[in-house]
Design a protein around this ligand. Structure first.
Ligand SMILES: [Zn+2]
Length: 467
């Protein structure tokens, strides 16, 4: 759920950026050795006050004008959050969307590679501003693969998931395999990070924080708090490399770091060094990246409730939370196909977090006795980029029940389109149901609900996260 904190970055832009990256990868590799700048070592305890002066203005500019504005760290599921929740551990599932077999050696190399790439980032937090972790222990806790026989010489302790769904990307790009393996949502932190009371089947050690999502014929890479997506051949060819440009870049997004492919997205006057987060600009993590990562940590840890497992002292003033972003639903005009005369569609965005699906302590929205397809709509006073909504369904044990299904639609300027790559669309009672989708720029959003049988539908609160 969104609650106080909101959204991650737009993943569509990441695709574009990373395809540039891939194109530049070979070109850059020859020059990389000499370009490599001496990377600041974390020696002893350092703080933000130790940031070199030449980096300061650009790092601060990016934090304020990109990361805060876009809410790239607003959702409490950045890799910082994941590491804190796992007390210095990160668990991956490898999502194998490829027809190529993987040897046992390659699987072991993949696990080591993930640990290496992750620690190339996190080693620069060691000894910095209260970061309590040394080496981050990265584990592959499962493989999601449609055809388990691709895992050659499978060991008895290897966990394999063979459930699949359909990759909608394959309808636009027929070279992408349509069959998409999935690991159980019940084990996914991404699905549950917002719920402190959720318990993972088998315990927290069994959860997975991110996917390494490996796709045949995929161009470039994408990354977010759900993990990193790369091409299968790229993975194989870089398996034993020290720093892996695309994979590290995409992991950077998991920490909330942003892309810089448009000029107006870069600091005025440019960067004082190269950066791996500007596609094609660097094939390794630079001093600028290190201080951007550290700066981000220093900002996020000011939210004293955010990292419960990270001990710290609270000397000095605690700054205001870096952002109070996000639920742009609050400012929207709500409307609907139908409201029962005694209910009120303004309940959708009155800002009240219900305690259950039958919480009638505040206004509620319901459309009894209507059935079939009904909708609710938000009109914004300006265009917003949106990629997540959270719905708390109304269910009164009588005539109102959660819907059978629903769609999220956006106004495309001429009509209503379904959002793409919608993940979630849950109908659980007594909780927010988070749905994420490919970001869209729009002035209006709709939920189109299909009722179950003779029951009507209703909503207690509908949140919309802005990027
Ligand atoms: Zn990117």
């Amino acid at each position: 759920m969104l609650n106080k904190k909101g959204m991650m970055m737009a993943s569509f832009s990441v695709v574009i950026a990373s395809s540039l990256l891939m194109g530049n990868a070979t070109m850059l590799s020859a020059a990389s050795a000499e370009n490599r700048s001496a990377v600041t070592a974390a020696t002893g305890d350092s703080t933000l006050a130790d940031m070199p002066a030449y980096l300061k203005s650009s790092v601060e500019w990016v934090w304020k004008n990109r990361m805060l504005t876009e809410g790239s760290t607003a959702r409490n599921n950045t890799i910082f959050d994941q590491i804190d929740a796992g007390k210095g551990t990160l668990n991956y599932v490898v999502r194998w969307q490829s027809s190529k077999p993987v040897t046992l050696q390659q699987r072991q190399d993949i696990a080591r590679m993930l640990g290496r790439q992750m620690n190339h980032w996190t080693e620069h937090l060691q000894g910095y501003d209260g970061w309590p972790y040394k080496e981050i222990k990265v584990k592959v806790v499962g493989w999601a693969v449609a055809d388990p026989s691709l895992l050659l010489d499978k060991q008895p302790d290897e966990v394999v998931y063979t459930e699949t769904t359909r990759d909608e990307l394959a309808s636009e790009k027929p070279e992408i395999p349509a069959v998409l393996p999935v690991a159980p949502a019940a084990l996914s932190r991404y699905e549950h990070y917002w719920d402190p009371h959720y318990s993972y089947p088998g315990g927290y050690d069994k959860r997975f924080d991110m996917y390494l999502w490996v796709t045949e014929n995929f161009v470039g890479g994408t990354g977010q708090d759900w993990g990193q997506r790369v091409n299968d051949d790229y993975l194989f060819s870089t398996l034993n490399s020290d720093e892996i440009q695309i994979t590290e870049h995409e992991i950077g997004h998991g920490f909330g770091l942003t892309d810089f492919y448009e000029e107006h997205e870069r600091p005025p006057g440019g960067f004082p060094t190269n950066t791996i987060m500007w596609a094609g600009d660097s094939d390794h993590i630079t001093d600028w990246d290190i201080w951007m990562l550290r700066y981000t940590w220093s900002q996020l840890k000011k939210d004293t409730s955010r990292f419960p497992n990270t001990p710290r002292d609270h000397e000095g003033p605690i700054d205001t939370s870096p952002d109070e972003n996000v639920n742009i639903g609050r400012a929207a005009k709500a409307s609907t196909s139908y409201t029962s005369p005694w209910e009120n569609v303004s309940a959708l965005n009155d800002g009240f977090d219900p305690t259950s699906s039958n919480d009638r302590s505040h206004a509620v929205y319901g459309n009894w006795p209507e059935t079939g397809t009904q909708w609710v709509q938000y009109d914004f006073d300006q265009e917003h980029t949106v990629s997540q909504t959270d719905v708390y369904w109304f269910k009164d044990g009588g005539g109102i029940d959660v819907p059978k299904s629903y769609k999220i639609k956006y106004w495309n300027g001429r009509g209503w389109s379904n959002v793409k790559q919608a993940k979630g669309l849950g109908t659980a009672a007594d909780q927010y149901n988070t749905t994420t989708f490919t970001p869209v720029k729009t002035t209006k959003l709709r939920i189109e609900m299909v009722s179950q049988g003779s029951a009507s539908t209703g909503i207690l609160e509908w949140k919309v996260a802005a990027n």
